[in-house]
Design a protein. Structure first.
Length: 202
């Protein structure tokens, strides 16, 4: 099985990595050192892989890492339930998910893991002194989520309108006034000059 290539532009990866670091930092004193080191190594590898356009690990390797992480957490805590074991498991699963981040959906999953980690920190320690850090973490995670999806809804709506207008222009029973209105809308939606519009319509 060949290695999977990552997309050329994975919008928002840097913000997601920062959000994950902030969320995990809330658990720094309670996480085993090996989990923290493993996550740091995963984050560093993912960031470098994105910058240098390295292929993502093959599926069998990701599956092996996920199973090994589950077994390691169970061996450490004798359970996967509870705040301590659950937090460790979430941190490791965030690292595993980073190994397969190919699109905005994958990055969104990591951001929601960040939200869960921040909530788990609140469950662990409900003292007021931790509140500013957790609020900052929520703001960073939300900013990362907004960056991931910035422009995607507008882009898809614009593409749908362009497709509808192009289809409308191809109708044979189109009246001259309808054709003129469709051309004006096409120019407005696609922000075309008269020369560009003439080239597009032939």
């Amino acid at each position: 099985m060949s290695n999977e290539r990552q997309p050329a532009a994975l919008r928002g990866l840097d913000g997601v990595l920062v959000a994950l670091a902030v969320a995990v930092a809330a658990h720094f004193t309670s996480l085993p050192a090996w989990i923290t080191l493993l996550l740091v190594a995963t984050v560093a590898w993912r960031w470098t892989a994105h910058r240098r356009d390295w292929p993502l690990p093959p599926r069998w390797l990701r599956a092996t890492v996920a199973v090994a992480a589950t077994v390691a957490v169970f061996a450490s805590y004798r359970t996967l339930n509870g705040v301590e074991a659950g937090t460790s498991f979430l941190v490791l699963m965030a690292g595993v998910k980073l190994l397969e981040t190919r699109n905005s959906r994958d990055l969104t999953v990591v951001v929601f893991i960040c939200y869960f980690l921040l909530y788990a920190a609140l469950l662990r320690d409900q003292q007021l002194r931790q509140l500013p850090w957790l609020l900052a973490g929520v703001l960073v995670a939300t900013g990362a989520l907004m960056r991931i999806h910035a422009g995607t809804a507008g882009d898809s709506l614009r593409e749908a309108r362009l497709a509808q207008l192009a289809e409308n222009l191809q109708r044979e029973d189109l009246a001259p006034m309808e054709e003129a209105l469709a051309i004006v809308r096409l120019a407005d939606v696609d922000e075309l000059s008269q020369e560009d519009l003439a080239k597009r319509l032939g």
